[in-house]
Design a protein around this ligand. Sequence first.
Ligand code: SAH
Length: 350
Amino acid sequence: MNHTRDDNNLPPEDIKSMTLEELAQEVAAMGLPPFRAKQIYAWIQQRGAESFGKMTDLSASLRAALAEKFEIFPCAIEKRLVSEYNETVKYLFKLRDGEMIEAVLMKYKYGHTLCVSSQAGCKMGCAFCASARCGFARNLTASEMLGQIHAAQKDRQIRVSHVVLMGMGEPLDNFENVNRFLELVSFDPGLNIGMRNISLSTCGLVPQIYELMEKKLQLTLSVSLHAPNDEIRSRLMPVNRRYPVDTLLKACRDYVKATGRRISFEYIMISGVNDSGDCAKELAAKLKGMLCHVNLIPANEFTDGGFKRSGGARVEAFSAVLSGKGINVTLRRSLGGDIDAACGQLRKRN
Ligand code: SAH
């Protein structure tokens, strides 16, 4: 990946958003030997240092010089909610300008997954999603996405092994910063989380799906489909008016062909809206022959959402139609419902 320092206006002081190469240039310009860049990079990216003062193997004058020139953007824990049923943790983080974002840490047999936010708020306006209700504030920098992982790791004394870009925001609407985040999060030395352990979820921004495709990353692309046709999907997701179902599915087929990676479709089940047998049949027909997987998620209700989740029997019946037609389907286990940490419930409350 080739970045330039001013893609998406990277703030010059934002040292945690820099690649090792970029940091090496800065360090050289300060007249320091190259090994210093690696040392500083490891402090920031691997150990999640929150200030230059913590970098005990650097001289006091160097620490002061760094602090003069750069800033380690904060991602401070403002609030932490721990589910009483499992070890799911929801964090509310405060950023340098006071913006609040959320992340959710989930424990699975295979490790710890952090659901990371990519924007403060969201522009997409999906009818079923709480994040849409608070409007859009701004894009997150790569450092602020990394900061969520560093903060959770430090707080629980664990290592995050998997990342899902499924928190607040639309990652493909913050493409440059998300790309930079992907490069940094998978880099060694750094958090070193492999691309195969990363999922990126999109509501279906078609041009950016093609842009991502060009990068041929080994991550999992998740597409929030939620309906088999334009009539239902446009009612739920305004983005569908710009990129209708068939256009989106064509992009998905192209993506699979170019990358060889299976796409994961998310489908939230809303009672009486998108959960009929006919919807299941229509969905199966549209996905026929594609290397994909459907993840059925009973919709999580939130106070003023105005819709009901589908009952267990409906979900089972829907799932049976899909698997009967040869489509891979799973039911998503919901974690963290008791702490408003489930999908679509992330919402900033200042
Ligand atoms: N903007 C991206 C990622 C953030 S949303 C996207 O749209 O995919 C992460 C997932 O949570 C998406 O699949 C989204 O549709 C889903 N979601 C949103 N509100 C939900 C709700 N009330 N119940 C269940 N899932 C929800």
